[in-house]
Each structure stands twice: as structure tokens, then as C-alpha cells.
Design a protein around this ligand. Structure first.
Ligand code: ASP
Length: 295
């Protein structure tokens, strides 16, 4: 039984068509890998690379920019045996998720950050690449203008003292391969106008990204709130007794009580896939029993 679900972020999705095309392409790429008998890890990493290379999404090429105009990206991979690897605030690489995989497979660590993560990427043979797009530059400039004219930005109460956050468009994938192994992978440019050095929930295992014998979970939304809730681990805990969809529903309900907005995708040990969100919308796609479903 092979299964795969991907998401393209939760929040206010302005480019619905771009998202539909993007998540459909990614889930198909991942599904084809599973059909060939390859691993869940290969499937989720390839699905995420597909979205990192698509400027529609906030990760890899087209990542949201920090306050000082840089693309500082976070990415993570994790398997149901708890093997994991992540990079945070990494710059000038094309596919952060591939570097995260190398952290898992080639090092004794689980998370490398900032310039040292870049140095590690170069050691591993990843070439220098500029993921910053014109669209993101324009978006940042406009937002700074709005801030200067006294506009309040959601989630950034304190930012005006330095100077919308527009999260959404972060990506992730969860798959089960023929051997029943579950893997998760995620990648993000973080929140637009974040302070340099900020790390979100994606590479902090248990918060935005988690997998163990109970299944796999990925969160998307306001990273700071997700971290405080340990949202992914909390959802996995629910999956100990509940099928994935009920676990996700309960985790979304709790998040709402705590004022955390975003979305979740999950897969339990039996291969049930689930999604849920309490934000305006969420983009996702999955293939179950050869049926492709796109949001
Ligand atoms: N959770 C991500 C972060 O805060 C953003 C997102 O999911 O869109 O870095």
C-alpha cells in the first residue's frame, strides 16, 4: 500500500491556480517514485524539491525575504524510526531539503544553522544559487512601505520598532512506501520580513515536523505559535489512539483554543491520510488507492 500527501501552505492563498498546479505536480512526482518501489524518503524529498523549484511556493526559489532582504530558508526530513536532519536559516542553496537529507545521512547531528549550514552544503557539493525572485523583492519593498506609513502587520506587533506577515506557501510531503515506512519532508522561506536569524517551526522537530512509529505529521502556519504548542508532536500523540483525521481535527481544535492558526497534514500507521486547517485556506493534494485529490 503506497500513500502520499503534500501541502503547499496554509493562510491566504492568492494564487489558487498556481497552488493547484504545483501541489498536483509534486504529489504525482512523489507517487511515481513510490510506484517504482523506491523509498518514502525519496518520494517526499522529490515532491518537496519539485515545490522548492516552483516560485509559486514560499521555499527554495521564491522564498519570502527577511527584513534585510535575504532568503534564509529552513528545511527538514524525518523518518518513522526517528532519523532526522534539518537546516535552518540557510542561504544561497537551490534545494534546502536536499541539504537537510545530507545532515541526516552524513552527519552525527540533526540540525545545522546559518553560515555553517551553508558551509556544510558546499562540502556536500551543493553549488551557490540565488533563490531570490523579483516578485519577492517587490513584495518586501511594498510591505516595508506600508509599515512606515503606520500600517499594523499581523504577527509582528514588535516589528515596527525595528521597522504582514504573509506566511502560507510553505511546503511539505508525507509518504508511505511499499515496505510500510513513513517519511516526512518540509521546506520554507519562513515568514516575510522576519528578523535575520529567525528560525521557524519547520526544522524544530516535534513542532512543525515530526514522525515516529505512530505516523508522520507536518504543520504550516505561524511558526512561533506552532513551536509553543509542539503542534506536530501533539498530533502524533493523538494518533496513538485515533486515526489520522480525528487526531488532526483534535489538534486543530486545540490550536484554535490557543490562538494558533495554520494547517496540518498527517498519515497514521495504517496509511490513512488527513489534513485540516483553521486558517483561511490551505493547499494540499494526495493520492490514496490511485485516486488523486487536489484541494
Ligand atoms: N511555519 C512556517 C514558519 O513559520 C511558515 C509557514 O508555514 O508558512 O517558518
Amino acid at each position: 500500500m503506497i500513500r502520499i500527501i503534500v501541502h503547499g501552505g496554509a493562510g491566504r492563498i492568492t494564487d489558487q491556480e498556481g497552488h493547484r498546479t504545483g501541489v498536483r505536480r509534486a504529489v504525482r512526482v512523489g507517487h511515481a517514485i513510490l510506484q517504482d518501489g523506491d523509498s518514502a524518503l525519496d518520494a517526499v524529498v522529490k515532491a518537496v524539491v519539485t515545490m522548492e523549484d516552483d516560485p509559486t511556493f514560499n521555499c527554495g526559489t521564491g522564498s519570502a525575504l527577511s527584513l534585510d532582504g535575504r532568503a534564509e530558508m529552513d528545511a527538514a526530513v524525518m523518518l518513522d524510526d526517528r532519523s532526522c536532519g534539518a537546516v535552518a536559516a540557510i542561504e544561497r542553496v537551490k534545494n534546502p531539503v536536499l541539504v537537510a537529507r545530507q545532515v541526516m545521512e552524513q552527519t552525527d547531528h540533526v540540525l545545522l544553522v546559518g553560515p555553517e549550514a551553508v558551509k556544510f552544503a558546499r562540502w556536500m557539493g551543493f553549488e551557490s544559487y540565488d533563490p531570490i525572485t523579483e516578485h519577492r523583492k517587490k513584495q518586501r519593498a511594498e510591505l516595508i512601505q506600508r509599515l512606515k506609513s503606520g500600517h499594523k502587520l499581523r504577527y509582528f506587533d514588535k516589528l515596527a520598532s525595528f521597522i504582514d506577515k504573509d506566511n502560507g506557501d510553505t511546503v511539505g510531503a508525507i509518504a508511505m512506501d511499499r515496505r510500510g515506512r513513513i517519511a516526512v519532508a518540509a521546506s520554507t522561506g519562513g515568514i516575510l520580513l522576519h528578523l535575520p536569524g529567525r528560525v521557524g517551526d519547520t526544522p524544530v522537530f516535534g513542532t512543525g515536523t515530526y514522525a515516529d512509529e505512530r505516523g508522520g505529521v507536518l504543520a504550516t502556519g505561524h511558526g512561533e505559535e506552532i513551536i509553543k504548542l509542539m503542534w506536530a508532536f501533539r498530533t502524533a500523540d493523538f494518533m496513538e489512539k485515533l486515526p489520522a483525521q480525528m487526531a488532526v481535527d483534535r489538534a486543530i481544535q486545540q490550536a484554535s483554543q490557543y490562538g494558533c492558526t495554520g494547517g496540518l497534514i498527517a498519515m497514521d500507521r495504517k496509511g490513512n491520510v488527513a489534513y485540516g486547517f483553521n486558517s483561511q485556506s490551505m493547499s494540499y493534494a494526495y493520492v490514496v488507492n490511485e485516486q488523486l485529490v487536489v484541494f
